[in-house]
Design a protein around this ligand. Structure first.
Ligand SMILES: *Cc1c(COP(=O)(O)O)cnc(C)c1O
Length: 409
C-alpha cells in the first residue's frame, strides 16, 4: 500500500495567492466596470531586450545545424556561462571558480532543493516575513513540527523577526541553528543587508558550523554600491554560505527560466571535508535534474555581454523608477513606506492599525489596486502590505493616482 508524505498535510493551506484571487474575483463580479490595477505579484512585465532575444535566437540556430548541435550539456551548466558568471562576480571583487557555480532553471527550484543535501535534524532559521519557499520546503522535508494557527508559526523553526525596530534585518538567533535563510535585497520588505549585518551572520555561522543560504535574486536592483550584492563580499562567507541567484528579475527571465547556485569548495559543515558539500550538490543536481535548456543558456550568455548588461540595467531602472513613483506618491499622503530604494518592493505599514487583509479589502474597494497582505509572508508581516514595482508605467501611475485621490485615510 502506497502512503503519502504526511508532511504535506502539515502545510498551512496555500492561502495567500488563491485568497487574493478569490477576493479579487468577487469584487470584479460586483463591480464589473472597475479597472483593476495589479501591484500584487512579483512578476516581470516588460519585453526581453534585443541583445538577449538575439542570444536566444542564436541558441535556436545552433541547434538547427549538425556542426553546432548539442544535446545534453555540461553537467554543471554551459562552461562559457559559468566562466562568464565567475567574471561577473570578479568585477565586484569576488573571486570564484567556475567549478563552484551550478547553472539551473531558476532560484526558486534551487532554494527549494538545496535543503535536501542537509540532515533532516538540522534546525532551520528563517527571516520573518520571508519568501514562503524556505519554510514550505523544510516542512515538506520534515524539519518542522506542526503549524500553530494561533501564532502563525511551525514548531521547531526559528523565526527571526524583521520589523521597523531592527530596520527589517534580524538579530542573530538566540539558540544554535544549523541552516539560516537570508534574502537580500529582501522580498517582501525591500530591505538590503549591509556588509556589517551579513558579517555578523557569517561569524555566527563559522562559529556554529551553520550554513547560510543566501537568496540574492534581486542583487542587480541595488543602486547603492556600498551595499553587498553578494554574500561573498564578506570575508569568510566562502566557508559557510551558499548563494542562489537568477536571471529572472535581473533580465526578465521569469518565464524563460535560468538561475545559478554557488557552493564554494571551501564550504564545510560538521563532519564534512572541504569540497564534499559541493560534490553533494553536484550529485543531487545530476541525479534529479538534467540541466537548463541550451537555448536559454545562450540567452544567459547574452545577458552577461556588455550590451546585454546595459540593456538589463535599463529594464531594472524602469522598474526602479516605478518604485520611486509609488514611494513619492504615497509618502506625502501620510502612508509609511519602506523599501523601494534598492529593491522592487515597497513595504507599507497599514494605516490606522488595520490588519493586512482589512487593508487589502479597503485598498481594493476604494482604489481598485491589488497588493499583497504582509501577513501572507509570516506572522511578523501582519500590519504590513507589499506593493510590487513590476508593472507597465501607465498602470503604476494609475494605481498611484487612485490611491492618492481615493484612499480614505
Ligand atoms: C522571484 C524570486 C525568486 C524566483 O526566482 P526564479 O529564478 O524565477 O525561480 C527567488 N527568490 C526570491 C526571493 C524571489 O522573489
Amino acid at each position: 500500500m502506497a502512503t503519502i508524505n504526511k508532511n504535506y498535510r502539515k502545510l498551512a493551506a496555500g492561502y495567500l495567492f488563491p485568497e487574493i484571487g478569490r477576493r479579487t474575483r468577487n469584487f470584479q463580479a460586483e463591480n464589473p466596470k472597475a479597472k483593476l490595477l495589479r501591484l500584487g505579484i512579483g512578476n516581470t512585465t516588460e519585453a526581453l531586450t534585443p541583445e538577449i532575444v538575439a542570444g536566444l535566437q542564436r541558441g535556436v540556430q545552433k541547434l538547427s545545424k549538425i556542426s553546432t548541435y548539442t544535446g545534453y550539456g555540461d553537467e554543471q551548466g554551459n562552461t562559457a556561462l559559468r566562466e562568464g558568471l565567475a567574471k561577473f562576480y570578479g568585477e565586484r571583487g569576488v573571486s570564484l571558480s567556475p567549478d563552484d557555480i551550478f547553472v539551473s532553471d531558476g532560484a526558486k527550484p534551487d532554494s527549494s532543493n538545496i535543503q535536501s543535501i542537509f540532515g533532516d535534524d538540522n534546525i532551520v532559521a528563517i527571516q520573518d516575513p520571508a519568501y514562503p519557499v524556505y519554510v514550505d520546503t523544510n516542512v515538506i522535508f520534515g524539519r518542522s513540527g506542526d503549524f500553530d494557527s494561533g501564532t502563525g508559526k511551525y514548531s521547531n523553526f526559528v523565526y527571526m523577526k524583521c520589523d521597523e525596530e531592527n530596520g527589517f534585518f534580524p538579530s542573530l538567533p538566540d539558540k544554535k541553528v544549523d541552516l539560516i535563510y537570508l534574502c537580500s535585497p529582501n522580498n517582501p520588505t525591500g530591505a538590503v543587508a549591509t556588509k556589517d549585518q551579513l558579517k555578523m551572520f557569517v561569524d555566527y555561522a563559522i562559529k556554529h558550523q551553520a550554513v547560510i543560504i543566501f537568496d540574492a535574486a534581486y542583487s542587480e536592483y541595488i543602486s547603492n554600491h556600498d551595499l553587498p550584492g553578494s554574500i561573498y563580499e564578506v570575508d569568510g562567507a566562502e566557508k559557510c554560505a551558499i548563494e542562489i541567484n537568477s536571471f529572472s528579475k535581473f533580465a526578465g527571465f521569469t518565464g524563460v527560466r535560468l538561475g545559478w547556485t554557488i557552493v564554494p569548495e571551501q564550504l564545510t559543515v560538521e563532519n564534512s571535508n572541504p569540497g564534499e558539500v559541493r560534490t553533494m550538490w553536484l550529485r543531487r543536481q545530476t541525479t534529479f535534474f538534467n540541466g537548463a535548456s541550451n537555448i536559454v543558456q545562450e540567452g544567459g550568455l547574452a545577458v552577461l555581454s556588455e550590451t546585454g548588461l546595459q540593456e538589463s540595467r535599463g529594464l531594472i531602472d524602469y522598474y526602479m523608477q516605478n518604485a520611486s513613483i509609488i514611494r513619492s506618491g504615497l509618502q506625502p499622503i501620510g502612508l509609511t513606506v519602506y523599501g523601494g530604494d534598492n529593491a522592487p518592493y515597497l513595504w507599507l505599514r497599514t494605516p490606522g492599525g488595520l490588519s493586512s487583509w482589512d487593508f487589502f479589502d479597503k485598498l481594493l474597494r476604494e482604489t481598485w489596486v491589488i497588493g499583497t497582505p504582509g501577513s501572507g509572508f509570516g506572522p511578523a508581516g501582519e500590519g504590513f502590505f507589499r506593493l510590487s514595482a513590476f508593472g507597465h508605467r501607465d498602470d503604476i501611475k494609475a494605481a498611484v493616482d487612485n490611491i492618492v485621490n481615493k484612499l480614505k485615510l
